[in-house]
Write a protein that binds this ligand. Structure first.
Ligand code: ZN
Ligand code: ZN
Length: 72
């Protein structure tokens, strides 16, 4: 199968990060035109690009010293 340039249909349209302590929210970083989202089945606290972790991966941003909650 050729890899298309469209994100998987189940890729979240918006990804919001929320601090569980103070309630602050911020949008997830973008990569390749889509929001980064938690790695599927990943146990790591990473946000990955829809093209795959090899394209882009970042640690989930922290707020008040804790990784923010990811809302998709
Ligand atoms: Zn906070
Ligand atoms: Zn990417």
């Amino acid at each position: 199968m050729m890899k298309g340039m469209n994100a998987p249909s189940d890729w979240p349209k918006t990804v919001t990060l929320k601090c569980e302590k103070c309630g602050a929210t911020q949008p997830a970083p973008m990569h390749c035109g889509k929001p980064m989202a938690p790695e599927k089945g990943g146990k790591s606290s990473k946000l990955v690009c829809w093209m795959g972790a090899s394209c882009g991966a970042v640690d989930i941003p922290k707020h008040h010293g804790k990784p923010m909650k990811v809302i998709t």
